[in-house]
Design a protein around this ligand. Structure first.
Ligand SMILES: [Zn+2]
Length: 362
């Protein structure tokens, strides 16, 4: 997604947009990438799953790399185990609030998630999420609070996933994205969808239970497709959302609809938004996108037609670019290079064949 939207804007857009069938990242997003190396993988979910980036050449997709954290789901219902884990001196916790956490720079220049020993944290079981255990046996919890604690030292500062996801280690980014996704889901599912009763947290944050009717509700993930569309001349199709500023283009994207395969969703979205018919579709990689609850499924898609007709509702402009044309458009400022953590930038880059020009965050 748009790396240039703020977290607040993203959150705002994510809610309503999601219900309208347009994932935030979607078109929104701005990125893409070139899959230079077919052998690397489209169509090999195993590879994608094991290496964060899967079928994409180049660096892994943000938020997708293995975190080294064992989620240890079998402990979530074991209250005695959870209580013992919480009181163990090596257990660490961090506060998540409104999609933000505290991050800090280390003396050697890295950025890390600010965690504290759990025994120093207030015992707020009602808003405690068990996230898992690392290779050293350290257990991690997130505490959902209405606000982040005051500055813990001179340099700790709040950050959302769009910023922190680019700075944190794979372990810390994995912990953060898990916590943020749970927080978003918890926040939006306080009432039972079956009877309307107020639900309560259970399973260390991974279930909400309805005391009134007994229903159990599980975290929701909304699949969305995001695709780099290319034609027989190896040009790429990029679109501009109606509310985007001039010059901002990205890959097309959209939510998977009920009863629809993800391949069908790719074809439908591209036709709806740009009027282009898609033939072959190859999966390349996924990215958790908890704004508030999407899972972005990245594809390379081959167009069988090139005439574009935008819908005018989601997309106001759709253009084909050769690599030379896109390079020139970046250079002239006609098109703004995508940036940020979205898989969109990686998909474009995969096609482009080399790193995209960078620009300062707005
Ligand atoms: Zn109920």
């Amino acid at each position: 997604m748009p790396a240039d939207t703020t977290d607040a804007q993203a959150a705002a857009a994510g809610g309503p947009a999601a219900s309208q069938g347009e994932p935030e990242p979607a078109v929104t997003a701005s990125t893409t990438e070139r899959a230079a190396d077919d052998s690397a993988g489209p169509g090999h979910p195993g590879a994608a799953g094991s290496t964060a980036g899967g079928g994409l050449a180049g660096p892994p997709v943000a938020l997708t790399a293995p975190s080294g954290i064992d989620r240890a789901a079998h402990h979530r219902l074991d209250e005695a185990w959870l209580a013992a884990a919480w009181s163990h001196p090596s257990t660490r916790c961090f506060v998540v609030s409104g999609g933000q956490v505290l991050i800090d720079e280390t003396p050697d220049g890295r950025t890390e998630l600010v965690t504290t020993p759990s025994f120093e944290a207030p015992l707020t079981e009602a808003h405690r999420y068990f996230l898992g255990t690392d290779e050293d046996g350290v257990r991690y919890f997130a505490l959902q609070r209405d606000s982040l604690p005051g500055r813990m030292d001179q340099s700790a500062r709040p950050a959302g996933l769009r910023e922190a996801g680019l700075l944190l280690s794979d372990r810390d980014a994995g912990l953060m994205v898990h916590a943020v996704a749970l927080e978003n889901w918890q926040r939006l599912h306080r009432f039972c969808s079956r009877c309307g009763g107020r639900t309560v947290i259970a399973a260390a944050g991974h279930v909400r239970r309805c005391p009134k009717c007994g229903a159990e509700h599980y975290p929701r993930t909304d699949p969305a497709v995001i695709m780099a569309v290319t034609d027989d001349d190896d040009r790429i199709l990029l679109g501009r959302q109606v509310h985007w500023p001039e010059g901002r283009f990205s890959t097309l994207a959209g939510f998977v609809e009920p009863g629809e395969s993800i391949e069908a969703a790719v074809r439908r979205e591209v036709f709806e938004e740009a009027g282009v018919i898609i033939g072959d579709v190859s999966y390349v990689a996924s990215q958790p996108w908890p704004f508030p609850s999407s899972l972005m499924l990245g594809f390379m898609a081959r167009a069988t037609t090139t005439h574009t007709q935008v819908d005018g509702e989601e997309i106001s402009e759709a253009r084909w670019f050769s690599r030379d044309e896109l390079t020139a458009a970046f250079a002239s400022g006609e098109v703004l290079p995508p940036y940020g953590i979205s898989i969109a930038a990686r998909l474009i880059e995969n096609w482009y064949g080399r790193p995209l020009p960078t620009r300062a965050a707005a």
